[in-house]
Design a protein around this ligand. Structure first.
Ligand SMILES: Nc1ncnc2c1ncn2[C@@H]1O[C@H](COP(=O)(O)OP(=O)(O)OP(=O)(O)O)[C@@H](O)[C@H]1O
Length: 340
C-alpha cells in the first residue's frame, strides 16, 4: 500500500467534438494523502474541473474518452470498477463535492431542511443495509432520521451558520450567497467523507466572503481529518489553506510540492512564471508570453515548451519523466530553475 488516499496516475482523457478528439488531460498525475488539503492550480481551461469530474465519475456519458491511466482511491480502481457500485459505495459518501456556484446547486422549490434531510436519507453515515426494499421505496427509519437531524444541526453550527433550526425552514433564495456556500460545505461533510472535491468554491462569492469560506474549509478539514482537493486558478487561495500544490499546464501536471517549498523553491519554468505574474506592490505584473495550445492540436513532449525560454529539442520531442527534488517535491522538466 502506498499510504495515499487518492492517486491519479498518468490519466489521459479527451472529449469527442465535431472537430475531432480534444485531448484535455495528457498523462495527468496527482497524489493526495489522507487528511491532506491539496491545491490543483492552473490557468483557466487547463483541465482542473475535468480531472475533478473524472475522480467523481461524472464525466459526460458518451462524450468523454479515457485513453490511459489509472485513478485509485483507497486502493479501489475508479476507472475500471462497476460504475453503479462506485456510485453506491463512494460517490456522495466517501468522496463528496463542493461546487462553484452554490445557488444553482439547490432546488429553489424545496426548503433547505427538506434538501438536507433528503441527502441524509441516502448518504447518511448511519445508513446501513436497510432491508431489501427497491431503492425508491426505501423507508427512512424514524430513529435514524432523528439522529441524522441532530447531525445536520450540529454541522450547520460547525460551519458557523447562525440559528441552524431556523435556516432549515428557509428556501435557498432566503439566505445569502456566503450562507449557501456554508450549506454546501455542510452537505459535503455530512456523509463523513474521506475526500472532498472543492471546485473553485469561492469564485461566485464576493472577495470579503471568499476568505471566510476558505477558512471554514481549512478548519473543518483539519478537525475532521478530511482530505480536500481544491481546484483554483488563484495562488493566494492555495497559500491560505493548502498543505501542498500540484500545478497543471494544458492537461499535464508539471510540478507538485508542499506549500512552503512551492512558494520558496519553485523549479518548473511555468511555475516560476506563474508566481512572477502575481501582482506585487511596486512591480509590473509580468504575464506569460504566448498562448495555451489548443486541445485539438497539442504539441508532443512538454506542452509548455512553445512558451518556455529554456526549451530545447528534448522538450519538444518527449515529455520529461517525474523527478523527485525533495520530500514531496516532484517535477517534470529537463531544465528546471534550481537554486544556485
Ligand atoms: N464536455 C466537454 N466537451 C468538450 N470539451 C470540453 C467539455 N468539458 C470541458 N471541455 C473543454 O476542456 C477544457 C478544460 O476544461 P476544464 O473546465 O476542465 O478546465 P479548468 O481548468 O477547470 O478551467 P476553469 O478554471 O475555467 O474552470 C476546456 O477547453 C473546455 O472547453
Amino acid at each position: 500500500m502506498s499510504g495515499l488516499l487518492l492517486e491519479v496516475d498518468r490519466l489521459t482523457l479527451g472529449f469527442r467534438t465535431e472537430r475531432g478528439l480534444a485531448r484535455i488531460l495528457d498523462g495527468a498525475s496527482l497524489r493526495i494523502a489522507p487528511g491532506e488539503v491539496m491545491g490543483l492550480v492552473g490557468e483557466s481551461g487547463c483541465g482542473k474541473t475535468t480531472l475533478a469530474r473524472a475522480i467523481l465519475g461524472v464525466l459526460p456519458a458518451g462524450g468523454a474518452q479515457v485513453d490511459g491511466g489509472r485513478i485509485s482511491f483507497r486502493g479501489r480502481d475508479l476507472l475500471r470498477e462497476d460504475p453503479a457500485t462506485l456510485a453506491r459505495d463512494l460517490r456522495g459518501r466517501a468522496i463528496t463535492f463542493i461546487p462553484q456556484d452554490p445557488f444553482s446547486s439547490f432546488n429553489p422549490v424545496f426548503t433547505i431542511g427538506e434538501q438536507l434531510m433528503d441527502l441524509m436519507k441516502w448518504k447518511s453515515p448511519r445508513r446501513q443495509g436497510e432491508g431489501r426494499w427497491p431503492t425508491l421505496l426505501q423507508p427512512y427509519p424514524r430513529a435514524r432520521r432523528k439522529a441524522d437531524r441532530e447531525a445536520v444541526l450540529e454541522m450547520l453550527a460547525a460551519v458557523q451558520l447562525p440559528n441552524p433550526a431556523a435556516i432549515l425552514q428557509k428556501y435557498p433564495h432566503e439566505v445569502s450567497g456566503g450562507q449557501r456556500q456554508r450549506l454546501m460545505i455542510a452537505m459535503a461533510l455530512l456523509p463523513e467523507p474521506d475526500l472532498v472535491i472543492a471546485d473553485e468554491p469561492t469564485t461566485a462569492l464576493d472577495v470579503t466572503i471568499q476568505a471566510q469560506i476558505l477558512g471554514v474549509i481549512r478548519r473543518l478539514a483539519t478537525e475532521r481529518r478530511v482530505a480536500v482537493l481544491l481546484t483554483t486558478h488563484d495562488l493566494g487561495s492555495a497559500w491560505e489553506i493548502c498543505d501542498a500544490v500540484t500545478v497543471m499546464y494544458a492537461g499535464q501536471d508539471v510540478e507538485s510540492a508542499p506549500i512552503d517549498r512551492f512558494f520558496a523553491a519553485p523549479a518548473h519554468p511555468y511555475t516560476t512564471r506563474l508566481l512572477e505574474s502575481l501582482p506585487r506592490e511596486g512591480a509590473d505584473v509580468a504575464g506569460i508570453p504566448g498562448e495555451v495550445p489548443s486541445p485539438l492540436a497539442q504539441p508532443p513532449g512538454c506542452r509548455f515548451y512553445p512558451r518556455c525560454d529554456r526549451a530545447t529539442e528534448a522538450c519538444r520531442a518527449t515529455r520529461p519523466e517525474e523527478t523527485l527534488l525533495a520530500e514531496g517535491h516532484r517535477l517534470r522538466c529537463y531544465h528546471p530553475r534550481l537554486p544556485a
